[in-house]
Design a protein around this ligand. Sequence first.
Ligand SMILES: Nc1ncnc2c1ncn2[C@@H]1O[C@H](COP(=O)(O)OP(=O)(O)OP(=O)(O)O)[C@@H](O)[C@H]1O
Length: 589
Amino acid sequence: MTELTDEQRDAVTAPAPFTLYACPGAGKTHVIQARHLADPPALLRGGRALLSFTQVASEEIRSRCVTAGRPDMVNHPHFVGTLDGFLWQFLVRPYLPSGTEWRRLDSWARLPAAKTSIRIGSDVIDLNEVPFTLDHHGRETIRFDIAATSVIQKIGDDADVRREWQRRALRVRNGLRGQGYLTGHDVRQLARRYLQTRPDDVLPPVRSRFREVVVDEAQDCSRTDLFLLDALHGAGVPLILVADPDQAIYAWRDADPTSLQQLSAKLGPPMRLTRNHRSSPVICSLAATLRSGGRPADTAAGPHAAEGTPVVILPTTFSTSRRGLGQDQPQHTTSERPITEVFTELAAQESIAPADCVITAERRADLPGGSSRSWTSENPATLLARAWRTVRAPHASAAALQEAARAAAYRLTAYWYPTTKDSLETISTRHRLPLRTALRHGYALLHHLPAPTSTWTAQVNTAVQAWPAPADATPNSRTGLLRGEPTVPRPSPAGLGTLGVRIDNVHQLKGSEADAVLLLLPSNDAVRRWRHGDAAHDGTLRNWYVAVTRARRLLGVAVPDVLTHDLQVLLSAAGTPHRVHLGEPVGLW
Ligand SMILES: Nc1ncnc2c1ncn2[C@@H]1O[C@H](COP(=O)(O)OP(=O)(O)OP(=O)(O)O)[C@@H](O)[C@H]1O
C-alpha cells in the first residue's frame, strides 16, 4: 500500500463528520480504503458504510479490501455498495407494504421496451428517458428541461403537449410501480417519505449499525440524496462526504452544488487534499483552464511531477455525415490517417504502449467506432455476440465487462427459470441467486462459447442447456433459449481493434487513469466554449475536465483543424506548454 502524505493521513484519522474536498488524482480512493482498513475487526455493531455511485466503484473497494487480506471489512456490520443499494436496504425495503413482490431496478431500461414505452401518435419516448425529480418539498416533478436533446426535440415546447407527455409518463410509471417495480428515483421518494413519517422506525437501526457513513463522489449527489444524508446527519449518524465539485458530471441527475455546500457546512470545517499524485504539471496546468474561479493549477506531486511533455493539439477532420455506424472515423487532417493510429504513435514516442492509451469524448457517438445505440436495443443474439467480443477485448472497461456478463447471465437465468421474463435483479432476488454469482456464471459462459458465426445460436443453446443449474431451476426444453442468429459485425475500421487502445466516453472513465489520453472535441464551437464558458454552469466543460485529468503523462486534444490556432492562443495565454502535431517528423515542432 502506498505511503500516505500528511494531508492524506489527517483525512484517515480525523473523527467524522466532515467533508473531504479533493482535487483530481488526490488519492481519495486510497484515503477511504486506508481509513476503513485501519479499523480492527468489528463486532456486531459499529460498522462503516462505504457508498459509491456505481457498482464498478463498489466492486473496486471490495476487491481492494480482500486483496489487503481483510475480507471481513466487506461483510456485516459493514456495507460496501452503492448509495441506491444502501437507501433500499436500510431506509425502504423493511418498510414497504407486504403483499407485493417488490423489485428494485437500476433503471427502467432493464424492462422490455414494450413495458416502458410512452406514445403520442407516432412519437415514442422511453420511461428511462423521463427525468423524474423531487423538488425542495419532496414533490415529484418531471423536469423535461434537463432531458436529453433527442427527447426535448420529440416533445417540443408546447405546454399542453408537454403536460400530456407528463400525464402519460406518470400513468406508465404508476402501472409499473403497481406491479412492484421501483427504480432509484422511486426508492428515494419512498426513503424520504419513510424518514418523514416514521423516523422512529427508520433511524435507530441505521444509527446502531453504522458508526460512520462515507459517500464517495458526493459532488454527484442529487438534492434528494443530500436531503436524505442530511436526515441521517441530523439523527446523529456520522457522515463523511468525499467530493471534487469540479468533477460534477451528473447535472441531469439533478446534482446540486448549493445543497452540497449547505450540508457540508453542517459537518464542520472541511478537510482538503490539494496535491495531484497522478498527472504531470503540464496536465495540471491545462486542467486549471477548464474549471471555474480561475484557481491556479494543482500541485503535481506524483512520479510525473518533473515531466514536461507538452499537450499535443491534433487538427482533425470529424465526419459530418451521420455518426454511430462505426464507419466515419475522425481523421488527422494533415496525414489523413485515423486519429487513433496517429495518437498511439505519438504515445509510442513517449514510450507509452497502446494499452496505456485512452481515446475519449463526451458522447459515445463521437468516438471512433462509436455507436449511440444502447446494448438493450440489439437483438438478443447480436447482443450476446457483442458480449462475447467484449470479454475478449484487451482493454474493455469494467462497466463494459459487467454489461457483457449481465447479458450472458440473463440468458442462463431465462432458461433456468422459464416462467419469468423479469430483470436479472428480480430473478436474483426471487431465487436467492446473488447478482455477483449470476454475473460470474455469465462471464464463465462467455469464455466457454466458441466465436460467433452465422450458426452460433445452436452452439449457445447447447452450452446453456448443459450449464450446471441451481437446485431450484426448472428449465423446460426450449423456453428462454436464444432465437435468431447474431448480425455479423462490420469489419472494424482501419487499425482500430488491432491497436488495443481503450475507447470510452467520459462517464465510463470516471475514477480511472491512463498514461496517455486523447480527448476528441468535434464541435466547431469547442474553443469558444472553453474560453468563454464557466464550468460552474456548463456541464460539458466539467466533462472535459474529468477527461483530461485522467492523463498521467501525455494529453492530446483533437479539434477541427479550423480551431487549431484558437486553441494554441488559449493555451499560450494560460502558459500551458503545447505543440501542434501536423504529421511531420517529430522534432520539427
Ligand atoms: N500518497 C501517495 N503516494 C503515491 N501515489 C499516490 C498516493 N496517493 C495516491 N497516489 C496515486 O495517485 C493516483 C490517483 O489516486 P486516486 O485514483 O485514489 O485519486 P482520486 O482522488 O480518486 O482521483 P480522481 O478523483 O481524479 O479519480 C493513483 O495512481 C494512486 O496510486
